[in-house]
Design a protein around this ligand. Structure first.
Ligand SMILES: [Zn+2]
Length: 458
């Protein structure tokens, strides 16, 4: 009896959700989830059964090429704005603004000044008449252009994934009085935290952390099924960056090259940001030769491909450590066994993207995509006009069920196949025509032999 009542209640919840979502006009709601520091190859190295089940019913992008520097705040803001860090202004986790002389440090720096060079999707979508939500995503509680998401929660490490998820599903569902949100962004801090503490090469510790992440994905799927949202909303699961293994054997000590009186340090590792006190050229020339595993750049010589130059908050000199190397000022202490922030072309810095829902193809997989393309994809899914951005829908649209998309290997295979068939037909045609020409000759010869005696043919 109790079972029947419970079943009835659950069905009731599910039916109410279904009715509510069906009654809402427009595209399906969109839920964007980030598991911080989820390196792309964790998917091959660890079982992740729930995540695999999710993308087997949707799509998988094996690697997302993220933006430089491959830190949490720059990349989370890029995901929801489609902009490089130099364009959205959150250029690092530690910043100095020479115009206002303000300093920025994570977490919880909510001064709108830092965030207002861009507009996240949870603000832009309000202009389309949608309600939105930002659950502990970097920037969630910041007032940008005098607005916030309809619902938001500032970062609080003590709130469990289940509690965050429960709030988000309630916001998407809405209730009799209030319409549900159309776009929600949800943040979770693992496996980044474990990656820093243990290093990505620690299979035992990372296996445990990723089992918990996968359990949370299982929780997400069951919660969406319980509330009737599964199959009715689009879900993107992604991350901001990967993780590299560090070692006390790979330390770069700045004090070995230059006395700290010569510069002000804004950020340290793996991308150091320095403001020289006097002679910029002299400081640069010293640091340039400091260590074989560290590259120094004057701001105006930072390579174009990094898209990391055109912002006041990028300092006059930056130092970029090679993968797995750590910059310290002095000493032998390694701050973290795992770190990120390195060159965004390194596979170890790349996260992944999985998606499922009514708008996505099923069982489809591509090897890579730019993380900047996630923003135009989300705008397309929500029918929200995108703000100017550095992404494109060209490749991302191939993930969608409604799009006819030719992938390169398939097109090449098709062209080769057609050429082979045409060649075979031509060869066959020629063979037959040769045979036709050769075929009558013996008969003609016989005829000629016979006709030789016929005076009428002479
Ligand atoms: Zn992160």
């Amino acid at each position: 009896m109790l079972f029947k009542i419970l079943l009835g209640f659950l069905c009731g919840v599910s039916a109410a959700a279904t009715d509510n979502i069906t009654a809402q006009q427009g595209p399906p709601p969109l839920l964007l989830v980030s598991f911080d520091g989820f390196r792309a190859d964790y998917l091959q190295r660890f079982p992740m059964p729930n995540l695999k089940l999710l993308y087997s019913q949707g799509v998988l992008v094996e690697q997302l090429t993220n933006v430089f520097i491959t830190k949490t705040y720059p990349n989370h803001y890029s995901l929801v704005t489609g902009l490089y860090a130099e364009s959205h202004g959150i250029v690092s986790s530690n910043m100095y603004d020479p115009v206002t002389h303000k300093h920025f440090h994570v977490p919880n720096d909510t001064d709108p000044m830092w965030w207002s060079e861009a507009q996240p999707l949870w603000i832009t979508a309000l202009d389309s008449g949608y309600k939105t939500a930002a659950m502990m995503w970097p920037g969630s509680e910041v007032i940008i252009g005098n607005r916030t998401a309809t619902h938001f929660s500032p970062y609080n490490v003590h709130v469990t994934f289940q509690q965050r998820l429960r709030n988000v599903t309630n916001w998407i569902l809405g209730n009799g009085k209030e319409e549900g949100v159309k776009f929600a962004a949800l943040y979770w801090e693992e496996p980044d935290r474990s990656g820093h503490i243990f290093g990505p090469d620690n299979t035992t510790a990372m296996g445990k952390a990723l089992k918990e992440v996968d359990d949370n994905i299982g929780l997400l799927m069951s919660e969406l099924k319980r509330t009737g949202l599964w199959g009715r909303i689009n879900i993107l699961i992604t991350s901001d960056h990967g993780m590299a293994q560090c070692s006390a054997e790979r330390l770069i000590r700045l004090d070995n090259c230059l006395h700290p009186d010569n510069y002000t340090l804004v950020d340290l590792t793996p991308v150091a940001a320095l403001i020289p006190k006097n002679n910029t050229e002299a400081v640069f020339n010293t640091l340039r030769k400091c260590h074989p595993n560290m590259t120094a750049y004057l701001k105006n010589t930072i390579p174009d491909c990094l898209h990391y130059r055109n912002n006041e908050r990028i300092q006059p000199i930056i130092l970029v450590a090679d993968e797995g190397w750590t910059i310290v000022q002095r000493g032998d202490k390694l701050p973290r066994l795992g770190d990120h922030g390195y060159d965004n072309s390194l596979p170890s810095m790349h996260p992944f993207l999985a998606a499922t829902g009514p708008s996505f193809r099923q069982g489809y997989q591509i090897s890579s995509l730019q993380s900047l393309d996630v923003y135009p994809l989300m705008c397309h899914l929500l029918s929200v006009p995108p703000r100017p951005n550095n992404g494109t829908l060209t490749q991302a649209r191939c993930l969608l069920a409604a799009e006819t998309c030719w992938d390169a290997p398939m097109v090449i295979g098709l062209v080769v196949g057609v050429l082979l068939v045409l060649t075979a037909i031509t060869v066959l045609f020629r063979f037959l025509s040769v045979r036709r020409r050769l075929g009558p000759r013996p008969f003609q010869r016989l005829q000629v032999d016979y006709d030789d005696d016929d005076p009428l043919l002479e």
